[in-house]
Design a protein around this ligand. Structure first.
Ligand code: T3D
Length: 257
């Protein structure tokens, strides 16, 4: 289906693997577009309840392919036509999205990881705000997500200095859900993804939506959004099942609706 992305569904999890390992999974136009399509497919597929984005080989993604910089477009247009739609597809996704950062995530590769809901890092993984080393500005949502995740001061420091951020440092800054030892990587990422896929994923979608809008809402608007979301969550089969299972003292079986 795709050439630069592997797309597999297992146990209600869509596994989306960036597949240009010889270039450390650097972005080309084709990869931007195929990744966007893969996210769109998984977002729409009723059999999918969680997405995992990861990289083939030793890297997660090294950002824009520096050997494939388009000559015919200015960089603003490259972002508008290729990167921004990819980030917006992630932003629109109502299902939980995990960045399984298996190795280095540099430049727009770091931006991609920041735009996901969870970041699982291999102990060998790292982040690099590589933009500054080539005289560019962090893009693809990097400067939107980073201060929201770790605060303005640390975001500025990382973006300006562009130093390698080890998995341990990323965990210390609060950028990471979990750092995973190499030998447990596949097992732990799979377990985490399948755990999310078995949760009340419609409620997760509502949590994502209201958390995002909280940045631009007054308290009054936020309270109204709580009421609207809770109305919808209260109508789901998963809510009924959760209460029933509690009363029957058993584990609930959620369907994501
Ligand atoms: O609109 C626009 O087009 C602008 C948009 C910009 C968005 C951006 O993402 S800008 C930032 C672009 N990315 C970078 O500047 C990162 C460049 N890469 C690196 O800094 C390092 O490669 C890494 C820190 C990612 C990894 O370092 P290391 O030592 O583990 O690996 P390496 O030896 O540097 O790289 C291995 C190979 O991958 C090497 O090729 P070779 O020598 O084996 O043939 C290297 O050239 C290649 N490679 C790595 N990153 C890229 C790349 N080739 C093309 N583009 C890359 N981004």
């Amino acid at each position: 289906m795709f050439e630069t992305v592997k797309y597999e569904i297992r146990n209600q999890v869509a596994w989306i693997t960036l597949n240009r390992p010889n270039k450390l999974n650097a972005f080309t136009e084709q990869l931007n577009l195929e990744l966007k399509e893969a996210i769109k497919n998984a977002s729409k597929d009723l059999d999918v309840r969680c997405l995992v984005i990861t990289g083939e080989g030793r890297s997660f993604c090294s950002g824009q392919d520096l050997e494939d910089i388009p000559q015919d477009l200015d960089y603003g247009e490259v972002l508008r036509s290729r990167y921004n739609p990819m980030v917006m597809e992630l932003h629109k996704c109502e299902k939980p999205v995990i960045a399984a950062v298996n190795g280095v995530a540099a430049g727009a590769g770091m931006s991609l990881a920041l735009a996901c809901d969870f970041r699982l890092l291999s102990e060998k993984a790292s982040f690099v705000e590589a933009f500054i080393h080539i005289g560019l500005v962090p893009d693809a949502g990097n400067l939107y997500y980073l201060p929201r995740l770790i605060g303005h001061a640390k975001a500025l420091e990382l973006a300006v200095l562009g130093e390698k951020i080890t998995a341990k440092d990323a965990e210390r800054f609060g950028l990471v859900t979990k750092v995973i030892p190499l030998e447990e990587w596949t097992e732990q990422v799979t377990a985490f993804a399948e755990r999310l896929a078995s949760m009340p994923t419609a409620a997760i979608g509502l949590i994502k939506k209201n958390l995002k809008s909280s940045w631009v809402s007054t308290l009054e608007e936020g309270l109204e959004k709580d009421a609207q979301a809770q109305r919808l969550a209260g109508l789901t089969a998963d809510h009924k099942e959760g209460v029933k299972a509690f009363m029957e003292k058993r584990k609930p079986v959620f369907q994501g609706k």
